[in-house]
Design a protein. Sequence first.
Length: 265
Amino acid sequence: MTIPASHRPAREWFLLVVALAVVGGIAAPFWELFAGSAARADWASKWNQARLTQLVLGPEQLACYVCFVWACLILFSRYREARRQRAAFHMELLPTEEGARILPEDARPLARKVEQVTARRPFILANMIRLGLGKYAVSKSAPDVAEVVRNQADVELSRLVTGMAVVHYLAWAIPAIGFVGTVRGLGGAFGADAPSIDAFTAQAKEQLKIAFDCTLVALLLSLVLMYFLNIVQRAEEVLVVDAQEYCQEHLLLRLYDPQAVGMAD
């Protein structure tokens, strides 16, 4: 079962295309007016095959690539897990018929049904329902069930955040490795020993290229990784929110609370 949206989501990719079109439409005429073919030829002469090889290949760059690929593999597995968790919304874990009510004596049979339907596979939604039904079978109080569901949602969200510790470390480590390369390049530039000032200047330029190349590659990889991290974190947070909404609609609002009925009488 899909969770109905309570608001219209922003069309982020469409807005990205609009932003690129606006910026490109404004920048392209100015680039052609003030730069033109001379700037393109100068860029092609500087960024030849040897220069690009020096930019992307180096000890610090390779270390950044390892961290980046490692983090991306972790994020890919987390994203697949979030998609797998979505399968629980399509299982018949709770009665969804109009006007259906859940009585205290129905709690334990429904909990056993949840375990049978999920075959004891780990699902965030199934775990929240199972704990809520267990509490309802004991206390017979709908507010207590709501508190259990809310607390379990907080626990699941905290567990998801904690599971991202390695990825957060790698996202920090990539620019740090780039700065290590920067320091190495600067140290080589100022520590160069050459017989003449021209030779010293040439060696210093090469070392400075190494320094800034490491930083450039590391920062670019960090930007891409942080975007992937944001996508996965949002998918996991939306999963927990949808699980809460599912429990609200199909569990909490269908509970028969004898205490509330007694107070009303």
